[in-house]
Design a binder for this molecule. Sequence first.
Ligand SMILES: C[S@@+](CC[C@H](N)C(=O)[O-])C[C@H]1O[C@@H](n2cnc3c(N)ncnc32)[C@H](O)[C@@H]1O
Length: 271
Amino acid sequence: MEMDRRTFDTFRKLIYDKSGITLGEGKEALVSARVGKRLRALGYDNYKDYLQFLTGDSEESESEFIEFLDVISTNVTSFFRENDHFVFMADYVKRMLSEGRDKVRIWCAASSSGEEPYTLAMTFLENATHFHGDCKILATDISTKILKMARAGRYPEAKMQGVSPQLRSKYFTHEGAGANKVYTVSDTLANMITFKRLNLSKPPFPMKGPFDLIFCRNVMIYFDNIVRKKLMDEFSRLLRPGGYLMVGHSESMAGMLCDMDTVQPSVYVKG
Ligand SMILES: C[S@@+](CC[C@H](N)C(=O)[O-])C[C@H]1O[C@@H](n2cnc3c(N)ncnc32)[C@H](O)[C@@H]1O
């Protein structure tokens, strides 16, 4: 079903208002293909009726909005994605603990299906031998559907590529065999993480902080500079002085750093 310009603009505005995600010009084909999927799944034969349902304030409309956002944005993620950030983190954890810190707070914003916060937990534990303090990881995402998957912490063999055999046996149990093998995160990892829904485009957030580390990777790419700047100000409020912010490798925050400095591309420190 073809989408005319006005309908596209209505969807585009709705997506921006609700999630901060900016759909650039020339995305009509992508939007109409993806929205078309939802229309067919729900049995609508025109965009107008679907839009009316989507913008309603029933619980069904709200949960459809999550499905809708899921088809528009991408949840792609993986264990140890952009690994240099975890090498950096390993170093920082050792440094923090050698200074006697016994309370560590980490926020994984846009945690998708959980691979990233579980990687954070493994990286912390692997570098925090003899730590008897308290390390908590907050993992947030806008999608309740993806958060449910993240909480379940179950990953097929194909998703486990980045996890070494040693880490698999230490932090996961598994069932099945070969390509059907499914890994489940251990309680040790699960107990460190709290998953919560949070819309990054609507600061200020209810957390007080301060966080030692914030990972906000591969989501700001969907936002425009207005949303990014607000988010950067909020990260700055929530970071401890000396704490670090990691963003995706293809996301530059130059020009909106507020009281943060660049340590290396995609790693910033709060001054
Ligand atoms: C491409 S994934 C990135 C996952 C992970 N951070 C990584 O780098 O592997 C983007 C995630 O951002 C989430 N997202 C999109 N818009 C959001 C918003 N406004 N607030 C919070 N999360 C959002 C999506 O649901 C998705 O899970």
